[in-house]
Design a protein around this ligand. Structure first.
Ligand code: FES
Ligand SMILES: [Fe+2]
Length: 367
């Protein structure tokens, strides 16, 4: 693995954007979780009153006790039904300071003095969507530049609502994973695709790959629906959503979030349109969709296996028939630098690119 500095991405160690930090099922209003992303410790829990996710810095500003670490012995926990979550607040097990979801200390039980303004920990912007919890991470502390990830199909009864697969940790810099969006030449060897048309487009915070062709596993074996179309989009640096039209219509979701400088956590999911065509997906649809999700996960595991063992690609040896890696890496740099430089990077990468000798996606006539 290599670091952000070694890839010469920019001023910030971690990129600006929306990132997945947990599945919705990972959190509850009983047991707070201590989690680590962006080389930073957080406490994540679900407020008891609002039911909303709350994300705060992990350590109490009083004397540094972790608010989300396991504690079974403090009377803060024992006298409160086994939890230190109170309403939407969380109480430190050490000296019982209580913090609101805004990170402000709102009670110091043993002190009669006014609570100091500085008695606070950082509260982070999080939203819940598509069965997951998302953080807006921004080294400059700005407001979100684009909407949080959301898909209407996730809650549509005509589509099967999936589970998230926790793919696990990968000891590679996220650049190696983002490279995949422009990696035309791996589609045959790794995934068994016979690509008929292909192109990439970079526009604002979006990086798009459009391709179609045969595929060894994700199309019908009987000759019907034998072409797989994938329109795959990075919405910012860590959120990948792919429209799949193959054996079934589906939305492929692959999320990665930096953990340390040079490692990431990855999740996978697949929202499948009811395979029977029913307006309300039934049990049989759910079983078929789950099997299709397994097939998709196996396809992703082919990328994962390559990433697990590869050396960092700092200076690639590219040929004109490769995908537009350097344009993609320029696009990616916008998130590692102040917003003020965003336009400079975009001016150097926006557009549509086709590897040499390849038919552009928009021009060919494959069904
Ligand atoms: S360390 Fe948290 S209240 Fe003292
Ligand atoms: Fe891939």
């Amino acid at each position: 693995m290599a670091t952000t500095k070694e890839y010469r991405l920019g001023e910030f160690t971690f990129p600006r954007g929306w990132f997945m930090i947990a599945t919705a099922d990972d959190i509850n209003s009983y047991k707070p979780r201590q989690i680590r992303f962006f080389a930073h410790d957080f406490v994540l829990y679900r407020g008891r009153e609002s039911g909303k996710p709350v994300l705060l810095d992990a350590y109490c500003c009083h004397m540094g006790n972790p608010l989300g670490a396991k504690n079974t012995t403090s009377y803060v926990v024992r006298d409160n039904g086994g939890t230190n979550i109170e309403g939407d607040c969380i109480r430190c097990p050490y000296h019982a300071w209580r913090f609101g979801p805004d990170g402000k200390c709102n009670q110091i039980p043993y002190s009669k003095d006014p609570i100091p303004e500085s008695a606070r920990i950082k509260a982070w912007r999080v939203v819940e969507s598509m069965g997951a919890i998302w953080i807006w991470y921004d080294p400059e502390g700005g407001a979100p530049e684009w909407d949080a990830p959301a898909l209407a199909e996730w809650d549509d009864p005509a589509w099967v609502t999936p589970k998230w697969d926790n793919v696990g940790m990968l000891a590679q810099h996220p650049q190696e994973v983002v490279d995949n969006i422009s990696d035309y030449a791996h589609l045959g060897p790794i995934h068994g695709s016979t690509v008929d048309r292909y192109e990439n487009e970079f526009r604002g915070h979006l990086a798009i790959q459009r391709q179609c062709g045969g595929h060894r596993t994700l199309v019908a074996a009987d000759g019907t629906r034998s072409i797989l179309h994938t329109i795959t989009t990075y919405h910012g640096p860590g959120v990948l959503i792919s429209d799949l039209t193959g054996l079934y219509d589906a939305k492929l979701l692959i999320m990665h979030t930096p953990v340390e400088d040079g490692s990431i956590q990855i999740w996978h999911s697949l929202v499948v349109k009811s395979p029977s065509g029913a307006a309300k997906a039934g049990i049989t649809d759910a079983v078929t969709a789950a099997q299709f999700q397994e097939t998709s996960l196996l396809s992703f595991a082919q990328d994962f296996e390559a990433w697990t063992v590869k050396a960092p690609c700092i200076n690639g040896m590219f040929v004109p028939s490769d995908g537009p890696f350097m344009k993609q890496r320029t696009w990616y740099k916008q998130f590692y630098n102040p917003r003020a430089k965003e336009r400079d990077y975009l001016d150097r990468c926006e557009g549509v690119y086709v590897p040499k000798g390849v038919v552009p996606y928009s021009e060919a006539t494959v069904a």
